[in-house]
Design a protein around this ligand. Structure first.
Ligand code: CTP
Ligand code: MG
Length: 233
């Protein structure tokens, strides 16, 4: 396993528009606590990280309700308008504590079902990679390329994967890549996209299908079911 420090960075500054709830989805109740608390507990329990950095909205009024103890190595930073801005803000903070060669694992606040096995697999498989890599899932459905509700063709699904988080890259490389994407007005929805824009090819590590992102209301009971199932493992 890599001896280089690994930092966790959790973008949690979104508003959860598609969830259409009375508060940002990371603060919705899930089982015995909130979505964000589950996510942070999973990261903390793994003991993989030099520190965990959470990007919060400057208007966030819910953070204190998480009641995290001061002993945990959880740092807060102000997030930005887009997810990539929130991640950049976290990277700038980590740069003050670590070095450009440190690894950073970016993990969505909205993925509370991530397992320690997946976190460890990512560190083990990416820890010696020159580029970095991400958890991803192969696609099982037949995929169609569609225009104006008409199928144009069938996509070769063996080449298509769904990108999950965590996504793990070196601090310096990821910061450069995200800054460059922002300078060039390229909107990236994950870290790998910014690395790809630099002409690099991140590694794919197959993750577990229960590492879902809570996006819409129907995802919440599903996450609750997965957490319950994981308790029996
Ligand atoms: N995120 C963030 N800063 C932003 C936007 C998103 O830190 N400006 C975070 C979210 O809090 C979430 C993760 O990035 O944990 C993934 O984004 P997404 O699922 O799109 O969450 P939201 O942007 O909150 O949801 P929506 O797109 O439905 O508004
Ligand atoms: Mg969003």
């Amino acid at each position: 396993m890599s001896k280089t420090p690994v930092w966790a960075l959790v973008p949690a500054a979104g508003v959860g528009k598609r969830m259409a709830a009375d508060r940002p989805k990371q603060y919705l109740p899930l089982g015995d606590c909130t979505v964000l608390k589950h996510t942070l507990q999973r990261l903390m329990a793994s003991q993989l990280y030099a520190g965990i950095v959470v990007a919060l909205s400057p208007e966030d009024e819910y953070w204190p309700s998480l009641c995290l103890s001061d002993t945990e190595q959880v740092y807060r930073v102000a997030g930005g308008r887009e997810r990539a801005d929130s991640v950049l803000s976290g990277l700038d903070f980590i740069a003050l504590l670590g070095s450009v060669d440190d690894w950073v694992m970016v993990h969505d606040a909205a993925r509370p079902c991530v397992t320690e096995t997946d976190l460890r697999r990512l560190v083990e498989e990416v820890g010696n990679d020159p580029v970095g890599g991400i958890l991803a899932l192969p696609v099982h459905d037949t995929l169609k390329d569609v225009e104006s509700n008409r199928i144009q063709s069938t996509v070769d699904r063996s080449r298509v994967w769904r990108a999950l988080t965590p996504q793990m890259f070196r601090l310096g490389l990821l910061r450069d890549a995200l800054r460059e994407a922002s300078r060039n007005d390229r909107r990236v929805t994950d870290e790998a996209s910014a690395i790809e824009l630099k002409g690099l090819r991140p590694l794919i590590v197959e993750g577990r299908p229960d590492n879902i992102k809570i996006t819409r209301p129907e995802d919440l009971p599903l996450a609750s079911y997965y957490l319950e199932q994981q308790r029996c493992e």
